[in-house]
Design a protein around this ligand. Structure first.
Ligand code: ZN
Length: 451
């Protein structure tokens, strides 16, 4: 057999088979052979991977589209993803109107530009979205939908969204459950409590990052998670709790899974590295907010013991200037895809908190399984040849200007991490090598999914 590409002498890291030296033969973008190293095989191209660990291509299940430069963001943000070792990104859209026009417009923008494969999640906010849910699944291959439990009253108005209520959530989960393997992603936050705490803080003239964080205490997340899980159980719906940030919420998830297990949980790198006392002002404004050192410990424990399923970035590619404002006006979120793996390798693997195969579960196997990507997430025969070559010993300082995002900063600027992706291969084609983009825009494909 003549392979299109042979990846030789690397150590494969796969959740099902562990860490094992294997050569990988690729034909037409698929994994066509896995062999003990040393066999002489014919290939058009050879990637020498000695000293490298070869992960399944990483999947960032939580990025935001629509916050960067509208047309070029599919270039800049997929370059940035490839630099971070990611071969697939799943991006959220937020819209009050029906999604037909949005889907076609965004697909037309993304297809000629994307460097990595991509899929979409739609945020649901209007009655039309519930009415059309089956059409989104059938026509567009979108099988995951976000609902903001906090967008009550005026809270979502800054994003152009009408307020909704628990009746809406009920109807959404009921519809989703009727359609098969459809995932409802729930932003869990009791905004009625937050509104009161925020008013009090502002009236008292409080204006630090810590004040922002304390206006959204862990209870406001945990209580909302309980309600989300109770709704899901009652209606038989599959839910996914993104960006879980607190020990209190995680403990509630553990409790509820004993009686209903169609619940999946994500956390983000920044909740593993920052606390409410991080001295970075508006740069650190996120929702949910940074929490205590004890919460950080709880999340690492949750990653290790399996109660957290996925790590994703919640990547928001805005400029630094939108963050350098008084805390109540600063924008929320930050760029993050490219630094996920270094955070997990440096602070997780090298600190003895996570094995490499556990990292491959969190970044590859679990997001592929939860979000319906059957060709992704594993190094196995017949799977897409999405591969991330990693140098566990590479030390590198994060400098946003070396990364391709539209954003001009990183939460980790100046931090040194040990363990970096050095090559990203999407369906057999190298797209990043040593931080430099080597493949063409437009190689990335849209990933329609099935319920
Ligand atoms: Zn988000």
């Amino acid at each position: 057999m003549l392979f299109d590409r042979l990846i030789r002498n690397g150590i494969v890291v796969d959740p099902a088979i562990g860490e094992i030296p294997l050569d990988i033969g690729i034909v037409e973008g698929k994994i066509a052979a896995l062999m003990a190293p040393g066999v002489e095989l014919a290939a058009r191209e050879v990637t020498e991977a000695s000293g490298r660990h070869v992960f399944p291509g990483l999947i960032d299940a939580h990025v935001h589209f629509g916050f960067g430069e509208p047309v070029t963001e599919y270039t800049t943000e997929t370059v940035y993803a490839a630099q971070g070792g990611f071969t697939t990104v799943l991006g959220y859209f937020l819209n009050n109107e029906p999604y037909g026009g949005v889907f076609e417009r965004e697909l037309a923008l993304a297809e000629p530009r994307a460097h990595v494969d991509f899929g979409f999640h739609f945020s649901t906010a209007s009655e039309a979205h519930i009415d059309e849910l089956d059409e989104y699944v059938r026509e567009y291959g979108v099988t995951s939908f976000k609902y903001f439990m906090n967008f009550k009253g005026e809270e979502g108005r800054y994003l152009g969204l009408d307020g909704t209520d628990d009746g809406y959530l009920y109807a959404l989960l009921e519809k989703a459950a009727s359609l098969g393997d459809v995932t409802i992603v729930l932003h869990t936050e009791n905004i009625e409590l937050v509104n009161r705490f925020r008013r009090e803080a502002q009236a008292a003239g409080k204006n630090t990052l810590r004040d922002w964080c304390l206006s959204k205490p862990a209870f406001t997340e945990a209580e909302s998670c309980v309600r989300a899980m109770m709704f899901a159980e009652h209606l038989g719906a599959k839910i996914y709790i993104p960006h879980l940030s607190s020990r209190m919420a995680l403990d509630e998830v553990r409790r509820w899974r004993d009686r209903y297990d169609n619940i999946f949980v994500e956390t983000c790198p920044h909740y593993l590295t920052h606390t409410l006392d991080s001295d970075i002002g508006g740069i650190g404004k996120a929702n949910p907010p940074f929490r205590t050192a004890d919460d950080v410990d709880a999340l690492w424990e949750g990653l290790a013991d399996g109660s957290i399923d996925v790590v994703a970035s919640d990547h928001v590619p805005r400029k630094r200037a939108t963050k350098e404002k008084p805390i109540w006006q600063a924008s929320q979120g930050f760029p993050g895809t490219a630094t996920i793996l270094p955070v997990l390798l440096d602070q997780g693997y090298h600190q003895g908190r996570l094995s490499l195969t556990r990292i491959a579960e969190l970044l590859c196997l679990a997001p592929a399984a939860i979000f319906g990507l059957p060709d992704k997430g594993r190094i196995a025969m017949g799977m897409d040849a999405d591969l991330t070559l990693v140098d566990l010993e590479r030390d590198r300082v994060v400098r946003a200007e070396e990364l391709g995002s539209y954003s001009d900063y990183s939460l980790y600027d100046g931090w040194s991490f040990k363990g970096w992706p050095v090559e990203t291969i999407v369906r057999g084609l190298p797209v990043m090598r040593d931080g430099v983009i080597v493949g063409p825009g437009g190689h990335g494909r849209y990933l329609p999914r099935q319920a």
